[in-house]
Design a protein around this ligand. Structure first.
Ligand SMILES: Cc1cc2nc3c(=O)[nH]c(=O)nc-3n(C[C@H](O)[C@H](O)[C@H](O)COP(=O)(O)OP(=O)(O)OC[C@H]3O[C@@H](n4cnc5c(N)ncnc54)[C@H](O)[C@@H]3O)c2cc1C
Length: 429
């Protein structure tokens, strides 16, 4: 049993932070004794969100956690993707491939985000019961931190934790990470958060008899789309409203809405979609929007920071490399690499080297996604009637010809990424 302590603070209990906490708490093969604190800004666990995919190395991490069967059991039951016009006419259909390592737009490991976060946090609790030293604190954030010779001294905002010294600080607090700015200061620039021009909102609505197990995606002019996706339970379905601007830029009209309260966001979306040409189940979706208690809206940005590790501090998940469609898988594999590199060190003075190794090992894989996002999401969310016609003609042809290579390229746009030849490092656990 290792006796030298390694004090680790994780900011953010989303998929990235919670999965890292779990892997550290299980302490597989650690040479030091991890003492973990994970803080979350929200006063309670954020167990909401719609379907997220587990792909590529994320699948290997899930297997290492011993969760393959459990994730399959919780699969959303989605069977494929149907692209439609605003009247509900299907223009193309792409079924799931059934191959876990070459997944189409519908993943073989499709799970609701809230369920995954719940599983991770429950796993952390179980490890604690077995003796892991882990403290999960909700309603707390980092107020400030100072890098001294003996570690990072952290001062907290809400008084739930005393000021403490840590050997490692991990920023896993999402795209707009405040901790990232504290670590990198002026080096953390606004241009590292690259807008996609896509505003997405997620919420659940009651299921009706005519609902099936297909992801329905209806495009209509104005860069607008509505998605309807199945949940495993027989009671609800997931709905996404998306607004895509013509360029990868922030829209000055929508930006204030993203930062406004939920009621303002819902009201804005209602106005936009009521005025659209969509007739497919629109009343049902708008009623569902009004009633939803799990509504979430964001601007899908890509985060591309030049550096992930700095001394004893490091960034992970969306805070470091938010990437549309694969954020969850990237977060899982990144957490595994951090835990693995930390598991090898025998002294806290080696923390900077371990974090640097994580960056060196994992960055080449994350970089692979740059190309795939070049044309997405604008091509798939056209502004005009003609643009929509062309888009549907293209996807219709790809689906009709059933050329496997084309389908895989097409699916990659929608998160169908694979391992790209990159392999998870082995840490012996
Ligand atoms: C509520 C919610 C719903 C989502 N729904 C979907 C969805 O339906 N589909 C999809 O593809 N993706 C969704 N996402 C995004 C998706 O979960 C991530 O892209 C991916 O899983 C990577 O996760 P992450 O942990 O890096 O970031 P996030 O999931 O954004 O988690 C970051 C966490 O840090 C917390 N946090 C923020 N600031 C601070 C702070 N200063 N101090 C402490 N904690 C802080 C946040 O509350 C959040 O819990 C959602 C995210 C959230 C937060």
């Amino acid at each position: 049993m290792p006796d030298k302590p390694l004090r680790i603070l994780i900011s953010g209990a989303g998929v990235a932070g919670a999965s890292l906490a779990l892997m550290l708490a299980r302490q597989p093969g650690f040479k030091m004794q991890p003492i973990i604190t994970i803080i979350e800004r929200s006063s309670e666990p954020r167990k909401t969100g719609q379907a997220v995919d587990i792909r590529g190395p994320g699948v290997d991490v899930m297997r290492k956690l011993g969760w393959e069967q459990e994730i399959k059991r919780r699969h959303t039951t989605e069977q494929g993707l149907a692209l439609m016009d605003g009247k509900g006419n299907t223009k193309a259909y792409f079924p799931a491939t059934g191959d876990e390592m070459v997944q189409s737009s519908t993943s073989e490991y499709e799970i609701l985000r809230g369920e995954l976060v719940g599983m991770l946090l429950e796993g952390v609790d179980e490890s604690k019961e077995k003796g892991a030293q882990v403290n999960v604190v909700h309603g707390e954030t980092i107020q400030s931190m100072e890098n001294r010779d003996d570690g990072i001294h952290v001062h907290f905002s809400h008084g739930k934790l005393e000021d403490q010294r840590y050997d490692v600080v991990v920023a896993a607090d999402g795209i707009s990470s405040r901790t990232r700015s504290m670590i990198f200061g002026r080096e953390d620039k606004r241009e590292h958060v690259k807008p996609s021009g896509m505003y997405l909102s997620f919420f659940s609505i009651p299921r009706i008899d005519s609902d099936d197990r297909i992801w329905h995606w209806a495009n209509f002019p104005g860069g607008l789309a509505i998605h309807l996706r199945p949940h495993r339970n027989e009671k609800t379905m997931g709905v996404y409203f998306s607004i895509c601007t013509p360029k990868k830029e922030r829209d000055p009209n929508i930006e204030p809405i993203v930062h406004a309260d939920v009621e303002t966001q819902k009201k804005y979306l209602r106005q936009v979609f009521e005025r659209s040409s969509c007739t497919w189940q629109l009343k049902r979706f708008l009623d569902g929007l009004d009633a939803a208690d799990d509504f979430y809206m964001s601007h899908s940005s890509q985060v591309k920071t030049p550096q992930w590790a700095k001394g004893r501090c490091v960034i992970l998940g969306d805070a470091a490399f938010a990437t549309m469609g694969v954020g969850t898988s990237l977060a899982l594999a990144g957490a595994y690499c951090i835990a693995g590199e930390l598991s090898k060190i025998e002294d806290a003075k080696d923390v900077p080297m371990a974090l640097q190794r994580y960056e060196e090992i994992y960055k080449p894989y994350v970089k692979e996604y740059d190309w795939e996002l070049r044309f997405f999401p604008q091509v798939a969310n056209p502004q005009t009637v003609w643009g929509n016609w062309l888009w549907h003609a293209f996807v219709g042809m790809v689906a009709f010809l059933r050329v496997p290579q084309l389908i895989v390229v097409f699916s990659k746009w929608f998160g169908g990424g694979d391992s790209k030849g990159w392999k998870l490092p082995e840490y012996g656990w």
